[in-house]
Structure formats: C-alpha cells, structure tokens
Design a binder for this molecule. Sequence first.
Ligand code: NAD
Ligand code: UD1
Length: 341
Amino acid sequence: MNPTILVTGGAGYIGAHACVTLIAAGFTPLVLDNLCNSSAESLRRVGRITGVEPRLIVADIRDAQALDALFAAQPVAAVMHFAGLKAVGESTRDPLRYHDNNVAGSIGLLQAMQRAAVRTLIFSSSATVYGEPGFEQFREDMRCDPVNPYGRGKWMIEQMLGDLAASEAGWRIAALRYFNPVGAHASGLIGEDPRGAPDNLMPAITQVAVGRLPKLRVFGGDWPTPDGSGVRDYIHVMDLAEGHVAALRHLLAHDPTLLTLNLGSGHGISVLQMLRAFEQVLGRALPCEIVARRPGDIAAYWADPTLAANVLGWRTQRDLHAMCRDAWRWQQANPRGYASA
Ligand code: NAD
Ligand code: UD1
C-alpha cells in the first residue's frame, strides 16, 4: 500500500505539482481544498499526467468535523499543508481574514492532527518571513521581521510549530521557505492560474505574451542592481515540488525533528533578465514599460540553499530557460487557465 499523504490546498498551483511528484514517488495524495482559489480541474489534469487522479475532499481546514472524519477514514502518514491565502496586498487590506484563514486554519489542522496522532507535517512558509534585514542572501538563522500581515502570519505559524515540537514528543516538521515559484509541469497540463489581474512577474509576462495584458510594467528601473530592475530567486515549481518529496522522505526516515529550510536556487535574476529569457523562448519581443517602483518592494534578495542541500540532498535542477519554456507551454495551451478547458 502506498502511504497516504494529506495535501491541504492540493488543487492549487504548488499543491497540484506536489501531487504529481508524490504519485511519481509512490505516495497517495489525498487532497483537502475548499477551492476558494482553485478548481478541481487541476486534479483531473494530475490524473492525465500520472494516471492517478487524487481524491478531493472539498472542505475547509477550519472545519474540525471534516478533518476528524478524514483522519478517521484512513491512516495518514503525513500532511503537506499548502492551504492558505497568499496575496500580500489583500492581506494588508483585510488582515483578519488572512489570520483567520492562515493562522487559525493552521491551528485547527494541527489540533486535528494531534487528535489523530498524525505528527509529520510539511508547511508552506515563505521567504517573506525574513522581511528587510539589510542582507541580500537569506540564510535560515537570520532574524525574521516580516513587513506585512501575510508574512507575519507565516512567521506566527513557524513559531507555533516550534512551540508544538518543543511541547510534545514525536513531531516531525519541516517549514519550507519558498523563494519565487514559477513555471509549470513540462506537460503544459497544470500551471499557475491567478484569478483576476496577476500580481506576480511570471504570470504577468505570460499574459502579455498571450494577449491578455497589453504590456509588461517593470516596477522600477532605478533599483541599486546591475540593470536597475528588481532581483529575486526564481525556482521552477517542479524543483519546489521535488523538494517537498525530499523533505517528506527525510522526515519519515529520521527521528522527530523540526527543520526550517530555504527552497530556492541560490541565484538572483532581474526582471529584465527574466523578460529577455522569456522573449528568447517566445521568439519575439514583448511590449514593456518601466514604471514607478511598487510600494513595499525591495531591491534584491535570493536564497542561501546550502542547508537544504546538506540536509535533504536536494538542489534545483531546472534553469531559467526551463522556467520560461514551461510557463509558456502552460499559458499557450490554456490561455484562460483551467477555464479554457
Ligand atoms: P494557491 O492559491 O494556488 O493554492 C492554495 C490552495 O489552498 C487553493 O487551492 C485554495 O483553494 C486552498 N485554500 C485556501 N484556503 C483554504 C482553506 N481555508 N481551506 C481549504 N483550502 C484552502 O497558492 P499556491 O501558490 O499554490 O501556494 C500554496 C502555499 O504556498 C500557500 O500557503 C502560500 O502561502 C505558499 N507560498 C506560495 C508562494 C507562491 O509564490 N506561490 C510563495 C511562498 C509561499
Ligand atoms: C511576492 C510576494 C511574496 C511571495 C512572492 C512569490 C509581495 C510584496 N511579495 O514577492 O510574499 O512569496 O510574491 O509569490 O507581493 N514585477 C514587475 N512587474 C510585474 C510584477 C512584478 O516588475 O508586473 C517585479 C517586482 O517588482 C519584483 C519582481 O518582479 O521585483 C518579482 O515580483 P513578484 O513576482 O510579485 O514577487 P515578489 O514581489 O518577490
């Protein structure tokens, strides 16, 4: 029997890719998602890629009864907890909604895991927890000082996981701090499908390429970076998904522990470098304009991925070209995302 892994938020962008890698690695994903930012079509597509469509339970992580019923119905070896709201600007406008969904939701999930004696967890954290400590390369032992409610919620959850692991024996926890996930499964069947206007760089580029947006707005050309545009650490979503399977295998094979790991490539890429790499894949130039800096942005940061390499034996495999190629394949085949189906 393949061990069952509960994947909260598994119908979403990263969760669906994690389902593909879990199935490939011999696990059975069981998805719990309230579909507030996703559609069940992503899991049908996972079925087309792998031959196994993950079972979906449409429920909220704050629904204690649904969680208890799920844990009672089958043995669950571990939980990958992706469910959450992720728009930084929205979190500033409606912090209570974010803290209710992300922080209270995580508490409810942890309580249900405690009742069911399931103590192995992989948590989706974010590089956002670091805030602006005045360094460019972030290492896990650096001070965290997140600057918005979304990031503060992730940091609260990380601290709570530390308290939990210290209070009760047996917890195996990995808090994974993602840098900037981009790209899609190489099949082009699953990918990032933002609702409304995209906030993030890669979906903005692919939507310009497909004609949904008139031009790319580059937020600031006067940053203290080599070409004046912002620098980030982009990570292919399949590398990220494989990092989760590496973390899961590590947790299942070792004594109880609490790990906090960066998942990034270790390389900074500028907005203009990303745009040029995408244009090479596309074979034509895209309309773009350098506009004012976006409030809240910082110039440059990227991961120190050494700890994940040492502990998990994991490092990114896919380069900038693969990120652009796969993002474009997905967007081209699905110009309106899953609604194109
Ligand atoms: P996503 O919105 O595509 O996926 C999140 C999924 O969780 C969605 O399917 C949504 O319907 C579900 N969900 C949200 N609240 C829920 C609730 N209360 N109950 C049940 N389901 C719920 O986002 P994603 O990009 O796949 O991100 C997954 C996780 O990774 C999130 O926790 C996010 O904060 C974190 N993260 C994402 C990024 C990124 O750039 N995408 C970066 C760092 C961290
Ligand atoms: C954002 C979130 C962060 C989240 C991350 C990955 C904020 C403040 N932070 O980070 O919490 O973990 O996404 O999902 O929102 N850019 C443009 N034009 C665009 C869009 C972006 O020039 O249309 C630039 C930005 O200024 C930045 C870079 O592209 O320099 C990356 O931006 P984005 O994809 O939004 O990610 P982050 O801001 O790094």
